[in-house]
Write a protein that binds this ligand. Structure first.
Ligand SMILES: Cc1cc2nc3c(=O)[nH]c(=O)nc-3n(C[C@H](O)[C@H](O)[C@H](O)COP(=O)(O)OP(=O)(O)OC[C@H]3O[C@@H](n4cnc5c(N)ncnc54)[C@H](O)[C@@H]3O)c2cc1C
Length: 406
């Protein structure tokens, strides 16, 4: 790229911050606009596993692998599956040296990405309310705080409810029919030893045969976070007369809903330290593509929000951000850069979104107790991440050699 384009990234989540970091590595200065008041003004949720074939490739491109590994938990890759009586059905312990998918707290990842940007890159407190095309690929962006700017390239990294997406497609997220209540257990090894024993070093997934599940995950600093989940309509709590802000009201409802679960599993439903935070899952239709529109594109969840069963969302968000940044730096025009990025992103995300949405359906399916839905072979999954990472690097080296020759 020979001229200096005005690049506006809407959203300072994993996708937007990664894109900004890699652009800056190429000497290009974008501005990131985020609705949040500050990098740490909101609890961004639990832990994320960053895969060798996607999230870690982006971190390497950003020169942030060492910073990631300084906070990452390799032991957190451990996983177990139980039934609703607490019986262990399957267990996975990562082999020594397995770094295929280490865990990091979302808050740590966001802070780490933000700390490695040039000062002043992110304009906090800037909620985009309108993006209007002005012609020739230029857009005018208007923010809730009254500010407005023009940009030659608008990168929508503003998540599931993107305000940028309508410039490209009419697609809207659909509710996946599963309610998640976010729960948190502090100082778990001393305050909740029974929960520490159930979750182990990593994750514990438990489900029954009627679409109910509990997933708990060890985070850093002795915190365990998890999701109590069940099939429900969006307004289930209104219909059930449950006040979500009243812990006791939610607890009584959960004890009724999960009445078939054993006493050893019930502390997961009732002994949480904070409030229950409701999260509902939404996904965009998949595969989702659009015709290219000059001056605008999407990365991360704004392009392909999917069920979190497969753990691809944040990983794809990071890789999208890095790949778009490389394309902007290497191609002769913004139009060529966006075409190159979108072709690769569409090819990658559609299939993963479909398989993730199917995995959620299967996990919450009604099944026979004799044929429980068992987890994937995690050892094999980790080998696959490493193999695909090697293949990705091999293809990229070939492409780079080809473009140097040309
Ligand atoms: C309960 C749950 C568990 C999950 N578990 C995993 C997992 O284990 N592994 C995994 O890989 N993924 C997981 N995901 C998915 C993952 O969280 C997302 O895929 C990832 O956060 C997407 O990153 P993003 O940057 O595209 O969007 P987001 O993280 O949603 O970031 C969007 C940013 O845009 C900002 N924003 C939004 N609207 C505006 C606006 N109008 N103007 C300005 N700024 C705006 C927001 O403040 C935010 O900072 C999970 C999701 C959920 C809900």
């Amino acid at each position: 790229m020979t001229t200096t384009p005005r690049i506006a990234i809407i959203g300072g989540g994993p996708a937007g911050l990664m894109c900004a970091r890699v652009l800056q590595g190429h000497g290009i200065a974008p501005t990131v606009y985020d609705a949040d008041a500050a990098v740490d003004s909101r609890d961004t949720g639990g832990t994320l596993d960053l895969h060798a074939d996607s999230g870690q490739i982006a971190l390497e491109d950003a020169g942030l692998m060492d910073a990631f590994l300084a906070s990452a938990r390799v032991e957190g890759q451990a996983k177990s599956r139980r039934d609703h009586q607490g019986t262990v059905l399957a267990e996975f312990t990562p082999a020594t040296g397995d770094r295929a998918a280490p865990e990091i707290d979302r808050g740590q990842l966001r802070t780490m990405l933000h700390e490695h940007l040039w000062p002043g890159t992110v304009r906090w407190g800037h909620e985009l309310v309108k993006a209007a095309p002005l012609g020739k690929g230029v857009h005018r962006l208007e923010f809730a705080n009254g500010a407005s700017v023009e940009a030659d390239l608008v990168i929508g990294a503003d998540g599931t409810w993107s305000k940028v997406r309508p410039l490209l497609t009419d697609a809207v997220p659909e509710y996946l029919g599963v309610c998640f209540l976010d729960v948190r257990f502090d100082a778990v090894d001393t305050r909740h030893p029974e929960i520490a024993a159930i979750v182990g070093a990593g994750h514990m997934f438990a489900n029954d045969c009627d679409g109910r599940a509990v997933i708990v995950q060890r985070n850093s600093n002795g915190v365990v976070r998890g999701y109590v989940s069940f099939r429900a309509e969006l307004d289930w709590h209104v219909k059930a007369g449950v006040n979500l802000a009243d812990r006791e009201s939610v607890r009584s409802c959960l004890l009724r809903e999960f009445s078939g679960w054993s006493s050893s599993m019930r502390p997961l439903l009732t002994d949480n330290d904070g409030d229950y935070v409701p999260r509902s899952f939404w996904a965009l239709p998949a595969p989702l593509t659009w015709d290219r529109v000059p001056g605008v594109t999407l990365i991360g969840d704004s392009a392909h929000a999917m069920a979190p069963f497969g753990g691809h969302g944040a990983n794809l968000a990071l890789l999208d951000g890095a790949e778009l940044a490389h394309a902007v730096s290497e191609e002769a025009s913004l139009g060529k850069a966006v075409s190159r990025y979108e072709a690769a992103m569409f090819a990658r995300s559609g299939e993963l979104a479909m398989s993730s949405n199917t995995a959620l359906e299967r996990f919450f399916a009604t099944t026979s107790p004799d044929a429980p839905h068992l987890p994937p072979d995690h050892a094999r999954e980790h080998q696959d991440y490493e193999a695909r990472a090697a293949e990705y690097r091999r293809r990229r080296a070939e492409d780079n050699a080809g473009s140097t020759r040309a």
